[in-house]
Design a protein. Structure first.
Length: 313
């Protein structure tokens, strides 16, 4: 016969065993949950970090792409500058810009011959991406017969070129040449219906300016007469621009049609702004860049850049 004492003893042992098993199980479940939560937290953190990095990388890539402002297949880009020093790394910046055309506006490195200029810009010459003009230091006025002949061979006396899907006519003129014959030649171009079909802009390029702020070199009467003679024959509705050098400054007229880009490296000249000339820079060296829409021929922008590519205006 089972004694009551023995029954109570077994019951007490059962209670203690059940109690300890319950505690142990509870601790294991808690530990597992904690581990699961930590794992979940770590995974969430890892996912968030990855997302942030991806966002950061995408932003960086976007910025890098947007930083390439000067080259776009939908536009034609022209860099233009005169009074050039061949030792100031202007050529490196031009190569970096990779314009469709670089126009040297005369006074091509101020040497007794053109060898320094042709060596410095040999790549652009080979790629047919360079056009140039005769300046007073590339002629017998302030140069010599040898450099004149070399410049005429490289640049031509005067020339024209259609760009930006034939929406824009460039006309290069020699302000140390025969202005009367060039006036007639220019008039024959702008009155040629076949050539001018679809033309939205005429850009006249010359070394000596027809319009300039008050500076070292005033506009000469012969140049004024030549350009006014050509412009008088251009049809209404065609935008006309004049780009020249000779004065060692950068300047843009208030009407946005006349530009002086003569800060290619030679010592600066004095000049000041006026109601007619809203931008005049006599401190920096740099070049003019023009961007033209290839579809409709609109001039998107005209900016001056420094020798290191910094936007100046």
């Amino acid at each position: 016969m089972i004694k009551i004492k023995d029954v109570l003893y077994l019951l007490l042992i059962t209670i203690f065993v059940t109690f300890f098993i319950s505690i142990s199980y509870s601790q294991n479940v808690t530990s597992q949950n904690t581990t699961s939560q930590n794992t979940t937290s770590q995974n969430t953190t890892s996912q968030n970090t990855t997302s942030q990095n991806t966002t950061s990388q995408n932003t960086t890539n976007s910025t890098m792409l947007n930083s390439s402002k000067k080259n776009d297949s939908s536009v034609t880009v022209i860099n233009a500058v005169g009074d050039i020093d061949c030792s100031n790394r202007l050529d490196d910046q031009v190569k970096s810009d990779n314009p469709d055309l670089f126009i040297a506006l005369g006074d091509l490195c101020y040497k007794r011959n053109l060898n320094n200029f042709t060596t410095t810009y040999s790549d652009l010459i080979k790629e047919n991406k360079l056009a140039c003009l005769v300046g007073n230091h590339d002629s017998e006025e302030d140069g010599n017969l040898k450099i004149l002949n070399q410049t005429l061979e490289l640049c031509g006396d005067h020339w024209y070129r259609k760009i930006a899907n034939d929406t824009t006519l460039l006309m290069g003129l020699n302000t140390n040449g025969d202005n009367k014959s060039q006036t007639k030649w220019g008039q024959s171009l702008v009155t040629n219906e076949t050539l001018m079909k679809g033309t939205k802009n005429v850009i006249l390029l010359l070394h000596k300016p027809s319009h300039t702020p008050e500076s070292h070199h005033p506009a000469t009467n012969s140049t004024i007469v030549m350009l006014s003679g050509i412009e008088s024959k251009i049809s209404k509705g065609v935008e006309v621009y004049e780009i020249s050098a000779h004065n060692h400054i950068m300047a843009e007229s208030s009407n946005g049609r006349w530009f002086i880009s003569g800060a290619g490296g030679r010592s600066h000249y004095d000049a000041v702004t006026s109601p007619e000339w809203s931008y005049v820079n006599t401190k920096d060296y740099g070049y003019l860049q023009i961007r033209i829409n290839n579809t409709d021929g609109s001039v998107i922008d005209t900016n001056f850049y420094g020798l290191n590519g910094t936007l100046l205006h």
